[in-house]
Structure formats: structure tokens, C-alpha cells
Design a protein around this ligand. Structure first.
Ligand SMILES: NC(=O)c1ccc[n+]([C@@H]2O[C@H](COP(=O)([O-])OP(=O)(O)OC[C@H]3O[C@@H](n4cnc5c(N)ncnc54)[C@H](OP(=O)(O)O)[C@@H]3O)[C@@H](O)[C@H]2O)c1
Length: 241
């Protein structure tokens, strides 16, 4: 049985992953700031332990990590999404907030948590298919996830010599509190339970990229191979509709 740490496990994809792993008998350290939500989750399965910290605060992560055992899997999944609605009055504070939550925090988590990962362990990052190609209003979120992709891929090269498998998880749309806020249509949306099943299957196979759901992310990838000026025309036409 494995010891698994998941950040951002108080809701959505992380919560579904925590439940799935715990139901298989693994011990899960479930991360988040929301004490009440994490306690409820822990009460649902005694294999789940709370890992309460704000991932944008390295001291908080260090405190929470004090009594961690050696880990088999670390899934850095915590994240948030905010859109730039008015590009002319660009909101720099929003941009900094999103980059801090989705990217800078990952550096802090790596600094504290990588030492806890066993050789032959798995390190996974939840990115987004939004990083495949530039989308409207996604300047902050997309930049944070594109940065995360580079970080994960370059780290996967250096961690190979330490026998650590790195996986990049690229979800399309998954039904969670994060996407519940969206008012636009979300093609190919899947449940967080199905997303968790795909992720566990991919991690069991040490896949370097886990693109879910497969069809939607495949189509996004195809668009990303277009010359940029063609994609730009398509994207502009989509926002003018
Ligand atoms: N849902 C989708 O369609 C979709 C698509 C592509 C990528 N993703 C990515 O998947 C990941 C999970 O998203 P989700 O959809 O499951 O969203 P969610 O339900 O809103 O969950 C986000 C999780 O991140 C945690 N979190 C946020 N900021 C944090 C902070 N500063 N410190 C510690 N924990 C923090 C939240 O915990 P607390 O509130 O308890 O702190 C929560 O557990 C994110 O990285 C997101 O970008 C989601």
C-alpha cells in the first residue's frame, strides 16, 4: 500500500483522487486550506489524513510536512482560475495572484516535499489543456499552466537520473467548483470521478503526459499544430460570435 500526497484535495479533481486512492487502501495526505472540507473528507475514509496548508506560503507547507512519512506519489494539483475580462485595463494584481497560486506555489512545494519522495516514486503536476494553445481571457491562467508545463518537463529530464517519474496531467473541462463558475459552454466536460480514474490509470503506467478526456485534448492538440495566425483568426471569430 502506498503513501500519497495530493495538494488541492479539499474539492474537485483532488478530492476525487483522494477518495479513489483511499478506497483502494492507500494512505492519502489530502491538502488544502479549508479545514472543514478536509475534516469531512477525512471522516469519509480513515485512510485520508489532512495536510492543511496554504501552498503559496512556504512556512505553512514546512509546518504541515513535519511528520510526513516517505511518499510514493506526490500530486501537485492545487490551483485556481481567474479570467482577464478587460485586456485594456489589464489587472496586474489578478495576474500575480494566479501565477502565485498555480506556479510559484509549485516551487515551494517542490522545495519542501521532493525530499519526502521515495526513489522510483511518482511526481505529478495538474496543468491544463489551456496550456496547449492561447485562449481568450486566459492570459493569467494559461501563462501559469504553460509555465508549469515547462517546469514539469524540464524537471522530468533531471529527475530521471534519480529514478523519479514525472507526469503532467492536462485536463480539458472537468465538473468541479472551479468550472461551476464558468458561464460559457464547456465541450467534452467530464465528472471529477472519471477524471480521477484516468489520472490513476495514467500514473500506474508512469505516463509522462495524461491528457483527459482523450478526444477533447487530442482535438486541442491538433489545433495547437496550426500556424499561429490561423488559430488567431479562428479564436477571434469565436469571441465575435
Ligand atoms: N476543473 C477543470 O476543468 C480543470 C481543467 C484543467 C485544469 N484544472 C486544474 O485542476 C486542478 C484542480 O482544480 P479543480 O477543478 O479540482 O478545482 P477546485 O475544485 O476549485 O479545487 C481546487 C483545489 O485547490 C486548492 N487550493 C487553491 N488554492 C490553494 C492554496 N493557496 N493553498 C492550498 N490549496 C489551494 C483548493 O483547496 P482550499 O480551497 O481548501 O484551499 C481546492 O482543494 C487545478 O490546478 C486546476 O487548474 C482543472
Amino acid at each position: 500500500m502506498k503513501h500519497i500526497l495530493i495538494t488541492g484535495a479539499s474539492s474537485g479533481i483532488g478530492k476525487a483522487l483522494a477518495s479513489l486512492y483511499a478506497n483502494e487502501g492507500h494512505t492519502v495526505y489530502a491538502g488544502g486550506r479549508d479545514f472543514k472540507k478536509l475534516n469531512l473528507l477525512c471522516r469519509s475514509n480513515n485512510k485520508i489524513r489532512p495536510f492543511i496548508c496554504d501552498v503559496t506560503d512556504i512556512n505553512d507547507i514546512q509546518l504541515a510536512s513535519k511528520n510526513l512519512p516517505k511518499l510514493d506519489i506526490i500530486i501537485l494539483n492545487a490551483g485556481d482560475c481567474e479570467y482577464i475580462d478587460d485586456p485594456i485595463n489589464f489587472d496586474g494584481q489578478l495576474f500575480a495572484r494566479v501565477i502565485n497560486t498555480n506556479l510559484i506555489s509549485v516551487g515551494y512545494c517542490l522545495q519542501v516535499l521532493l525530499k519526502h519522495l521515495k526513489p522510483n516514486g511518482n511526481l505529478a503536476f495538474t496543468s491544463s489543456s489551456a496550456a496547449f494553445l492561447p485562449l481568450t481571457r486566459t492570459q493569467a491562467y494559461g501563462a501559469s499552466k504553460a509555465g508549469l508545463n515547462y517546469l514539469a518537463k524540464s524537471l522530468s529530464i533531471d529527475l530521471k537520473t534519480h529514478n523519479i517519474n514525472v507526469s503532467l496531467i492536462n485536463p480539458g473541462f472537468v465538473s468541479t467548483p472551479l468550472t461551476d463558475k464558468n458561464t460559457f459552454s464547456m465541450p467534452g466536460i467530464i465528472s471529477s470521478d472519471l477524471a480521477a480514474k484516468y489520472i490513476v490509470k495514467g500514473l500506474n503506467k508512469n505516463k509522462s503526459e495524461i491528457n483527459i478526456p482523450p478526444l477533447f485534448t487530442f482535438i486541442m492538440k491538433l489545433f495547437s499544430y496550426l500556424p499561429f495566425f490561423i488559430w488567431q483568426k479562428i479564436a477571434v471569430r469565436m469571441i465575435q460570435k
